[in-house]
Design a binder for this molecule. Structure first.
Ligand SMILES: Nc1ncnc2c1ncn2[C@@H]1O[C@H](COP(=O)(O)OP(=O)(O)O)[C@@H](O)[C@H]1O
Ligand SMILES: [Mg+2]
Length: 227
């Protein structure tokens, strides 16, 4: 097998996954994602989209089978190591906001990692402007509107400059103007060769950003098309 191809893939290999309390979500499920392209997954609520993203991120572990990202098995990687490579924006962004101010939410993780403060502040100021968060820069993230929380969650993931980004229903609670802003940011990231996995029901967003569109039903792929 060509290892170069493998390195550019996320490989989900014959996984089975069942929540402790619940039925089997995936049974022998396989999928290869090319991290250089933008893949959209769509499908009815409850078909397993979010579960799949959490399995890729190592937040959930498959009962059987394995997942490889960039040629490495996720079982052998820490959540931190996976997070360095893949940025993940949760379906419910408030679950990923921890800081006491919007600015801290952006800068704190990178400061902890020892990045230069001036450089980090500069990157954060750019994000605040891009995502129209300047006015709430000192606010407590908990009290932001839903749309602001989502924009902040996306901005804080981008602070890390990930190689690949997973967005779980990123347009939920954004008005069309803000969907457009997010779309423009994503176009720029695409130009920098960053790939995406986008979970969405939004037809406009799907067609604008998807190179490949996968439709799922009850833990199975029912169609897989290239645009
Ligand atoms: N924490 C959980 N415990 C038990 N069952 C769950 C849990 N989270 C999701 N499920 C179930 O797993 C299935 C897939 O859910 P999910 O991945 O969230 O679907 P989607 O994102 O496509 O709406 C659903 O039947 C859902 O009820
Ligand atoms: Mg979901």
């Amino acid at each position: 097998m060509n290892t170069n191809i493998k390195k550019n893939n996320i490989e989900i290999n014959e996984i089975t996954y069942k929540y402790q309390k619940g039925r089997c979500v995936f049974n022998n499920f396989s999928l290869q994602l090319n991290v250089n392209e933008s893949t959209v997954i769509t499908g009815k609520n409850g078909c397993g989209k979010t579960t799949l993203t959490k399995l890729i991120m190592g937040i959930l572990k498959p009962n059987n089978g394995y997942i490889e990202i960039f040629g490495q098995e996720t079982k052998k990687l820490t959540l931190g190591q996976i997070g360095e490579k893949i940025g993940y924006v949760f379906q419910y962004p408030e679950r990923q906001l921890f800081s006491t101010s919007v600015m801290d939410e952006l800068v704190f993780p990178l400061i902890l990692k020892g990045y230069d403060k001036e450089e980090v502040d500069k990157r954060a100021e750019k994000m605040l402007k891009l995502f129209e968060l300047n006015q709430v820069k000192n606010s407590y993230p908990f009290f932001l509107s839903y749309g602001e929380k989502r924009r902040l969650a996306i901005a804080s993931v981008l602070m890390n400059k990930p190689e690949y980004i997973i967005l779980d229903e990123p347009t939920a609670s954004l008005d069309s103007e803000r969907v457009e802003i997010l779309s423009q940011v994503m176009d720029k990231l695409r130009a920098e060769k960053i790939g995406f996995l986008i979970i969405t029901h939004n037809d406009y967003f799907m067609e604008r950003h998807g190179d490949r569109i996968i439709n799922m039903e009850e833990g199975e792929i029912i169609s897989d098309k290239r645009l």
